[in-house]
Design a protein around this ligand. Structure first.
Ligand code: GLC
Length: 555
């Protein structure tokens, strides 16, 4: 356990990381090529988004064959080489397991459509209501109803996501057995980490009902049966044997209470969970497709609640700002135009020094931002295209629609990794599947690695190394302080008498904070910060987006 807590995960979105063959799509050989770069950063696991055979309707989250590699990304030999070469450098691979649904092009769905009863029971098929309307009033997370006609049978199949992603029937023991085989297949290939996609929605009730809210989330999220299924998954796959496998569940709209159940080691479910509440603080009345400044106090209280609750209940958080579904945090919570270094490092430090396991999403470590795409032609993502249609149909002005999409589309974080100032950011010699952000001319790896000062990359390197060195970071308890402060998120970590005092300032105007009495007389060591190194007095003045951590040895 304690070794696991020292680790940091780096997320690779293979499609946009590095293209080795010039077809405009990133691939496994591209990842192999960049292993020395990842090694230099010091990360331990590489979580890779799905690269299995897929029609790519939802960029690989619509899987047509779980144990084959899509030729777009390479071959099984490439994958085996990647596992081996990464391991030589002390890194392990974490794969993305999408077990809630398959693509409708999956053999199981195709057989079901052709009339095979066995496979029909692999999916969630229902008759329409007696009045001919859909089986329930549930809404798909990508917009529109969650039901689609199942061929010409008169029945409907459930799809909580895109219409091309049919939900699997986890109540069927054969389905579970097949999925466990998939997981074991990859474990046998030497994978040491598993990320489970939307795993807290696998437990639907057997009898499906209309939702009182007309959406349905509460009827299929975090059901007790989901815990039963996840425990069984653990026992049948990664929990067997003596290898320590790191697992993380992506939990849609979960609660601290459930977060604890999923990740408390005694329950034998998962090592940790992703929760997303802290990334909904710029939603207007809970609506993602809106464009408003983020609510700092809300952000801070959410982070504090999760830290405090998970710590008390012996749960474990995945710590992150960015991933392939989220806009870039720099653009969202900071000022990357005027304070690129301060913004990126402050955000990094805020989560890296918390209790949990940090995840770095490709490009974060060089300060990548959202692109400036104002033309629908530049967007690819199915959720974005649906949102465009819906917003336009609601009569929202075109300019406004584009502003919303520019700030929230999942494509904002899927633009190519910016390797250099060369054509296409050095990502491909061909035509990239999605355009790079305009700022690759000055925000790129080559440029970043040459910097003598104000290097975001070096700062990440240092944060990652500190977690390995200081138990107060990897193991310490958590206590939020200055909770009423309107622009600073501060906290104390403690481990066997060692303490860490961390201040993160989320705005530009300088502020003065009072230092808690107990720390004023003790000689705190300036451990890491993005401003000027200085001793701690009775107050501390924090500059724009400043972050700083003081370390206190045992009393
Ligand atoms: C998760 C993935 C997302 C995908 C969805 C459906 O939220 O991160 O990219 O679209 O699941 O599989």
């Amino acid at each position: 356990m304690s070794e696991m807590r020292k680790k940091v995960v780096y997320q690779i979105y293979p499609k946009s990381f590095k293209d080795s063959d010039g077809n405009g799509i990133g691939d496994l050989r591209g990842v192999i090529e960049k292993l020395p770069y990842l090694d230099k950063l010091g990360v331990d696991l590489l979580w890779m988004n799905p690269f299995f055979t897929s029609p790519q309707k939802d960029n690989g989250y619509d899987i047509a064959n779980y144990t084959e590699i899509d030729p777009l990304f390479g071959t099984m030999e490439d994958f085996e080489e990647l596992v081996e070469k990464a391991r030589e450098k002390g890194m392990e691979i974490m794969l993305d397991m999408v077990l809630n649904h398959t693509s409708i092009e999956h053999e199981w769905f195709q057989k079901a459509l052709a009339g095979d009863k066995k496979y029909q029971d692999y999916y969630i098929l229902r008759e329409p209501k007696p009045d001919g309307s859909l089986p329930t009033n549930w809404v798909s997370k990508f917009g529109g109803p969650a039901w689609a006609p199942f061929g010409d049978t008169g029945k409907y199949y459930l799809h909580l996501y895109d219409v091309s992603q049919a939900d699997l029937n986890w109540h069927n023991p054969n389905v579970r057995k097949e999925l466990y085989q998939v997981v074991n297949y990859w474990l046998d290939k030497g994978v040491a980490g598993l990320r489970f996609d939307v795993i807290n929605v696998i437990g639907k009730d057997e009898e499906l009902k209309d939702a009182a809210d007309g959406i349905g989330k509460y009827l299929y999220t975090d059901r007790p049966i989901a815990h039963t299924f996840i425990h069984e998954l653990n026992q049948e796959t990664f929990g067997k044997g003596d290898r320590e496998i790191m697992t993380v569940g992506e939990m849609s709209s979960t609660t601290v209470e459930n977060g604890i159940l999923y990740s408390d080691p005694k329950n034998q479910e998962l090592s940790m969970i992703f929760s997303f509440h802290h990334l909904k603080v710029d939603y207007l009345n809970g609506e993602k497709w809106s464009h408003i400044p983020f609510d700092f106090m809300k952000l801070k209280y959410i982070l504090d609640d999760w830290q405090d609750g998970m710590s008390k209940g012996n749960g474990w958080n995945a710590l992150f700002w960015n991933n392939h579904d989220q806009p870039r945090a720099n653009s969202r919570f900071g000022d990357p135009e005027h304070y690129p270094f301060e913004t990126a490092t402050m955000l990094a430090q805020t989560v890296h020094l918390l209790r949990g396991t940090p995840y770095v999403y490709q490009g974060e470590e060089i300060g990548m931002t959202n692109p400036d795409f104002m033309d629908m032609q530049d967007y690819v993502d199915v959720e974005t295209l649906n949102a465009y249609k819906e917003l336009s149909e609601q009569g929202v002005e075109h300019e406004e629609v584009m502003e919303i999409i520019k700030s929230k589309s999942r494509d904002t974080s899927r633009t190519p990794m910016q390797w250099s100032a060369e054509k296409n950011a050095g990502f491909t010699t061909g035509k990239p599947w999605i355009k790079p952000a305009e700022n690759f001319h000055y925000i790129n790896v080559e440029e970043e690695l040459q910097k003598k000062e104000h290097s975001i990359f070096n700062y990440y390197q240092k944060l990652i190394a500190l977690r390995k060195e200081y138990k107060v970071i990897s193991e310490g308890s958590y206590l939020g302080i200055l909770m009423d402060h309107p622009s600073v998120y501060a906290y104390i970590r403690e481990y066997e008498g060692e303490e860490l005092l961390v201040f993160n300032h989320f705005y530009k105007e300088p502020v003065v904070v009072e230092i808690p009495k107990a720390y004023q007389e003790r000689q705190g060591q300036y451990l890491i910060g993005n401003g000027e190194e200085r001793a701690l007095g009775s107050t501390l003045t924090l500059g724009p987006y400043e972050t700083v951590a003081y370390y206190f040895d045992k009393k």
